[in-house]
Write a protein that binds this ligand. Structure first.
Ligand code: ATP
Length: 324
């Protein structure tokens, strides 16, 4: 009789229930706004697919999914995709699963390579499309999540977001699947090109030295020119842990996706603190954070334009703040 019968407290299947609870607790002011937001996810792999599922279960308004790949049996050591989906494009398979989970979410599937001229153009025009919420200022999406696994694709997302003045978040999982990171990038504040031309990259390499993707992003090295062996030698400390990859890939993908979605919700619904950079080293249970400044010597022209616009608008911002 001490065991409480929970059957009366039927679990609320309403996708907004978690956010509703946050509102009841006074953390989120208006959870229903989640339905008005559009999020683009580039890369529907180990991180992107899980982030898409989490946002779908939260009741996000619209998800735009981009990936060029098909589901393979090798992907079954991650979360999300099912064996019967092998051979489908990742974006179509994701739309199939997500629409079953929450049919209210508007889902758009883009099977394309964002680093090709045509793929990049389609990517840009889809981000500009405001048909979902015409009253919105700026682009047609509220946030872009980069969940890709290579330097070129990250830089393509970065370029598009700089040109569109689009806030985005970047994520990465280390090659040995024991660490990862997320990053908030606001075009006037900083971008990955800023990091490539600043001393900050040294710091990133230091604190995130387990993560070869960050190393490549930060140093601007063309990762196609790097063999896995040489990356291993760079980070010899973790050489032995490559064996963990098979076992920990779904877990680290889930952790990074969780951090990414939590930060996405904080950013969209305006609660808590959205870290500019948050790392996770699972071997030491270490979560490094840091802040980044814009680099006035950034090599990217669109980034410099955004920085200039921001500086020029400062007097108007100050006046508006005073008037409040
Ligand atoms: P693995 O690299 O371990 O074989 P994966 O290819 O699924 O796994 P993940 O790191 O899990 O890689 O996910 C990254 C996703 O980003 C992949 O689905 C990949 O197809 C996608 N991706 C990478 N580059 C691009 C690109 N240029 N355009 C579109 N999608 C991309």
């Amino acid at each position: 009789s001490k065991v409480k019968d929970m059957s009366a407290e039927v679990v609320d299947s309403n996708p907004y229930s978690r956010l509703m609870a946050l509102q009841r607790m006074g953390i989120v002011k208006n959870y229903e706004r989640i339905r008005e937001f559009s999020v683009a996810i580039v890369g529907v792999g180990g991180v992107g697919s899980v982030a898409a599922e989490m946002l779908t279960r939260c009741g996000i308004g619209r998800l735009l999914l981009y990936d060029y790949d098909k589901v393979e049996l090798a992907n079954m050591n991650r979360l999300f995709f099912r064996p019967e989906q092998v051979g489908m494009t990742k974006t179509d398979a994701a739309v199939q699963t997500l629409s079953d989970i929450n049919p209210d979410v508007v889902l758009e599937s883009y099977t394309l390579n964002i680093t090709t001229v045509q793929g990049f153009d389609t990517f840009m025009s889809s981000l500009r499309n405001k048909s979902f919420c015409p009253s919105k200022e700026g682009t047609g999406v509220d946030l872009v999540l980069s969940c890709v696994d290579n330097y070129e694709a990250r830089m393509a997302v970065n370029q598009a977001c700089n040109e569109l003045n689009q806030t985005w978040m970047e994520s990465g999982v280390s090659e040995d699947a024991v660490s990862g990171h997320i990053q908030l990038l606001i075009p006037w504040r900083n971008c990955l090109f800023c990091l490539c031309t600043s001393f900050v990259c040294v710091f990133i390499v230091y604190i995130d030295s387990l993560n070869h993707t960050s190393f490549v992003v930060a140093s601007g090295v063309d990762e196609r020119t790097l063999k896995r062996g040489s990356l291993c030698r760079i980070f010899t400390y973790y050489n032995d842990n490559f064996i963990t990859k098979k076992y920990t890939q779904h877990a680290i993908g889930g952790v990074v996706a969780g951090l990414l979605v939590q930060n996405t919700l904080k950013f969209l619904l305006n609660f808590g603190y959205v870290s500019p950079y948050l790392g996770y080293n699972s071997l030491k249970d270490y979560f490094p954070t840091m802040a980044m400044k814009p680099n006035p010597q950034c090599s990217n022209a669109a980034c410099l334009e955004r920085q200039e616009e921001y500086t020029l608008a400062k007097p108007a911002r100050d006046a508006a703040a005073k008037a409040k």
